[in-house]
Design a binder for this molecule. Sequence first.
Ligand code: SF4
Length: 388
Amino acid sequence: MTTPVNLLDFDLEGLAAWCDTLGEKRYRATQLFRWIHQRGVAEFGQMSDLARSLQGKLHGRALVAAPAVIRQHASKDGTIKWLFDVGGGNAVEAVYIPEDDRGTLCVSSQAGCAVACRFCSTGHQGFSRNLSTAEIVGQLWFAEHFLRRHLKTDERVISNVVMMGMGEPLQNYDRLLPALRTMLHDHGYGLSRRRVTVSTSGVVPMIERLARDCPVALAVSLHAPTDALRDHLVPLNRKYPIDELLRTCTAYLAHAPRDFITFEYCMLDGVNDSAEHAQALVELMRRHAASGLRGKFNLIPFNPFPQSGLTRSPMARVQAFGKLLNDAGIVTTIRKTRGDDIDAACGQLAGDVQDRTRVGVRIARQRTVALHQLAPAGAAPAPRKVSS
Ligand code: SF4
């Protein structure tokens, strides 16, 4: 008996090719794809307009399976965090963040991360493995259909996806791409290109490929105005220094007209948060704007963890830094913290490092009690319509 194929691993093209091996036409693949992603159905017998003959072929050959949820936390502010078991003692997290005009899901792409940014708790735990396409898209599949059931709505709940959870998505490109295509496809989640964001620490060759293959919104973790400082904070900078990265961002925009790049800047007390750093950033951006770079800045209050040896910049300094950039004509916002009571701040998804390295123990302990506790979360938002 061969191992069943997980159909969450396919974008529509891949599913059509796989259905072809069963002697099934493309429109059958489209039907199947819509049942899975638009209606959240995993049982082939419940796909009522799917030909009996195809249902018969699927049984035993295929399944639809997202990673198992180990634990769910719901914040008072409506933010919900799920911990998913991806096997081998590894777990990854996804976070749903409701706002008035959108519902955003922050998705992980790897278990651990090899980039080892100094301010990131995921980076401190090292790299375990790449997630499969099914494990990436499965976070969305689970969250979207869980939330619809929970909110008792047939409307789409998740309007935006940000690949900002654990991992560097562009170091898992081949699995990421079908997941992005499924998010965008009208027969999948139908999200517009600008509502799906890939956040990268700056993997230059893969930014170039993404521009050609699927130019979704791009966010770049910059965190420093000079190579000397960025080498220290984001070690990948030694391979792809700032000017090369920003030139690649400018070229990306040629594939994403009317877009801009979001630059993320984690505010670290006494490290990268002075007026001189802000001024250097202004000069850097002006130099590249002359070649066509359009960018906005998002200042992120650092969420400290013990092993980092770093502390959060005082809010007054974050605001002064933002004002300096805004006064220079660079649109800059300060990221609101959400889900503080469940440790769900973006970029801090891994929790503390000690927890993370002991995640196998935690999974074993929690698996026995957690799944039946997926009762409706008390603080979830009221149903609302979300436009794309
Ligand atoms: S910030 Fe992103 S790229 Fe850097 S270590 Fe953390 S997960 Fe990896």
